[in-house]
Design a protein around this ligand. Structure first.
Ligand code: ADP
Ligand code: MG
Length: 220
């Protein structure tokens, strides 16, 4: 589902990723970890085609990103749900509209939008917040809304970069439960985190990055 081969990325003279090889199977849930500056976010930016690698290749959700036309990027992104720290909720739109936007762009019918948004809001246990504005919600609630937005289009792959970054332990557990649920329904999930709690005793593969290199792979 995600094939990463010899992936390399530099920023000026700084090496952010150095010949990374990782293979994530369809339906797998796995983690990428390592200290700050290890290259986790860079890896996720490359996977979402937010930035281009200097060398190596990525195949994700059936697309070989090195050879595909740029015009196909939006189509690829429809198959990928993302929770990134810099993809914030729009403050001037309600929770419902924030989530609905991804479906509206694709020209979905109003009835479908209503059903799907209600469904994902139920999954993250925030159905009663549909008409609220994001900034009136707690940090944990906002993060659950970003996850609802990421899953509303039924992505085949979910990429989450530090999804529990600013959350307390209760919200951490809620967020992880949601990822496990969508994974159980068939979505391939890749999570970047420096938080050992997320992958400890998970039984999932954990890839360790350090200075842009893949230094270890263990089962958490
Ligand atoms: N846009 C950028 N410009 C210059 N250097 C960057 C940029 N993004 C990341 N880096 C550098 O690349 C390395 C990896 O960063 P990053 O992928 O954000 O690590 P992590 O997410 O593991 O903390 C760091 O040394 C960082 O300073
Ligand atoms: Mg990061």
């Amino acid at each position: 589902m995600i094939e990463i081969e010899n992936l390399t990325k530099h920023y000026d003279s700084q090496s952010a990723l150095d010949k990374i090889n990782i293979n994530i199977k369809k339906g797998e849930m796995a983690f990428v970890t390592g200290p700050s500056g290890a290259g986790k976010t860079t890896l996720f930016k490359l996977l979402y085609l937010y930035e281009k690698p200097d060398a190596g290749s990525i195949t994700i959700a059936g697309f070989n990103t090195s050879s595909m036309k740029e015009s196909l990027i939006p189509m690829l992104r429809r198959n990928i749900g993302v929770v990134f720290q810099d993809f914030r909720l729009l403050p001037n739109k309600t929770v419902f509209e924030n989530i609905a936007l991804a479906l509206r762009i694709r020209g979905a019918q109003e009835k479908t939008i209503k059903d799907k948004v209600a469904n994902v809001l139920k999954m993250v246990n925030l159905r009663h917040k549909a008409d609220k504005y994001p900034l009136t919600l707690s940090g944990g609630e906002q993060q659950r809304i970003t996850i609802a937005r990421a899953i509303v289009g039924d992505p085949t792959v979910m990429l989450a970069d530090e999804p529990t970054g600013n959350l307390d332990i209760d919200n951490e557990d809620i967020v992880m439960k949601i990822f496990k649920e969508i994974n159980a329904k068939g979505t391939t999930v890749l999570i970047a985190t420096h938080n050992i709690r997320l992958y400890k005793n998970s039984g999932r593969r954990v890839f360790f990055l350090e200075n842009g290199k893949l230094v270890d792979e263990v089962v958490g």
